[in-house]
Design a protein around this ligand. Structure first.
Ligand SMILES: Cc1cc2nc3c(=O)[nH]c(=O)nc-3n(C[C@H](O)[C@H](O)[C@H](O)COP(=O)(O)OP(=O)(O)OC[C@H]3O[C@@H](n4cnc5c(N)ncnc54)[C@H](O)[C@@H]3O)c2cc1C
Length: 399
């Protein structure tokens, strides 16, 4: 690992949290509550990460198989705040989720962050350099349209969802699969007849997409599309299945994938409008391209599929998770491997601590895990719980 000399200005070392998605928001709140000065850096113009950006309305990982809250602390507080803002707990087959409008989630999180005076939120900004001295990160360079700042670092938490900041320090500390899990493209419809998705009609809607894809009147991958009820009686969410090419970081590749998603969206909409109750359906927002696995860091411990299946518990527990291994295979679609009813496994703090650097953490979907463990641990509730553990320990790091 390179060590670099640096010049740093500012008001004393900060806990720098890079990425304001589920894990980053929670990390920032936990670190601020623990008394840290926090700098939350987000490359997008607004906070909310994948939930707000990819229109996720069924937040998973908050409940066990009987619908009881799995984690206390900040994740539990979020549940209470979202329930008070109109969200509700919903059973989906063998699991429970929190049904919430992604914009409501974003507003609740924004309001929460704004209530904490020691969090400096930098939107439209990114960490461009990490300065390491010995086994510690000492500073970062943050670039935004206002220019470049240097900040003294107490500890650094990578919550970018892909280990982007850890890779700046040392690319080999981030693992990427050759064949990445499939992504998704979600769009929302309004003006759907309130009973169009009532049981068993909803099953018929999904089956109709499958049949149309099999007969060639819709693109092949539309066979794996999912249609779900929304937050209002006339609202429906459609989740398209998107196999991702290995080189999706390239702008031209990404633009091609997005164009294909837009094309699939308009064809699926045209098809849905031929079905009972969908004639007047109108688009009401679409998410950006959603990436489920964008790279995972190498931590002091790598959580594995065996740990998840064995319901393993750890002395240094950071979070509990009961979500099935939900692996989105780019060829075969989603495969769900459920935990035993009433059971959960634990995510250890060591899988959030980046190997070989004392004050460098990663939380959320880029935790240290194999692809199957990540396919369970990446759900939103677990990301919030991991964020709390990383944030509170990141403050302790500098003491
Ligand atoms: C299509 C799809 C459907 C899903 N469905 C569900 C579901 O129904 N229920 C569920 O619980 N989970 C679902 N998930 C998974 C879940 O949404 C994510 O795993 C989780 O939100 C990840 O949170 P995170 O905080 O780790 O990362 P993210 O929410 O992705 O946040 C990372 C943030 O970091 C920012 N960032 C990235 N790079 C930089 C940088 N260099 N500098 C500064 N900022 C940066 C990003 O802009 C982003 O805001 C789904 C995921 C996808 C893709």
């Amino acid at each position: 690992m390179a060590s670099t000399s640096h010049s740093v200005s500012g008001e004393g070392p900060a806990v720098v949290v890079c990425g304001a998605g589920a894990a980053g928001i929670s990390t920032a709140i936990a670190a601020a509550r623990a008394g840290g000065r926090v700098c939350l850096v987000e490359s997008n113009p607004s906070i909310g990460g994948t939930v707000a950006g990819a229109l996720i309305h069924t937040l998973a990982g908050f409940y066990d198989s009987s619908g009881e809250a799995l984690n206390d602390g900040i994740a539990f507080e979020l549940l209470e705040r979202l329930l008070a803002a109109g969200a509700w707990r919903r059973r989906m087959g063998r699991v429970w989720v929190l049904q919430v409008d992604p914009q409501v989630y974003q507003h609740v999180a924004q309001h929460w962050l704004a209530s904490l005076p020691n969090i400096d939120i930098q939107l439209g900004a990114r960490v461009t350099r990490v300065h390491q001295y010995g086994a510690r990160v000492r500073g970062v360079e943050i670039h935004s349209h206002e220019g470049t700042r240097q900040i003294d670092v107490r500890s650094l938490v990578d919550t970018t969802g892909g280990g982007r900041v850890v890779a700046l320090l040392e690319p080999s500390l981030v693992d990427h699969d050759d064949t990445a899990a499939a992504g998704g493209w979600v769009f929302r419809l309004r003006n759907v007849a309130p009973d169009a998705m009532a049981f068993p009609r909803g099953i018929g809607v999904v089956r109709s997409l499958r049949d149309a894809a099999a007969s060639g009147s819709l693109p092949r991958d539309c066979a794996k599309a999912w249609v779900d009820v929304g937050l209002t009686p006339d609202e429906v969410y459609v989740k398209l299945f998107v196999p991702l090419p290995p080189s999706r970081d390239r702008t031209d590749t990404l633009a091609r994938v997005v164009r294909r998603c837009e094309n699939d969206q308009s064809q699926v909409l045209a098809h849905l409008r031929t079905l009972p109750g969908f004639r007047d359906a109108t688009p009401h927002g679409e998410g950006g391209l959603g990436v489920r696995d964008d790279g995972r860091v190498r931590g002091e411990y790598q959580l594995t599929r065996d740990d998840v299946k064995a319901l393993r518990k750890f002395d240094d527990v950071a979070a509990r998770c009961a979500w099935p291994i939900e692996y989105w295979d780019r060829e075969h679609g989603v495969v769900l491997d459920y935990l035993d009813p009433g059971e959960y496994y634990e995510i250890p703090r060591r899988s959030l601590r980046v190997a070989g650097v004392d004050n460098l953490w990663a939380a959320g979907k880029c935790l240290s895990a194999d692809r199957y463990a990540q396919a369970s641990a990446r759900v939103v509730g677990a990301c919030w719980a991991m964020g709390e553990a990383a944030g509170s320990h990141a403050v302790a790091d500098g003491n």
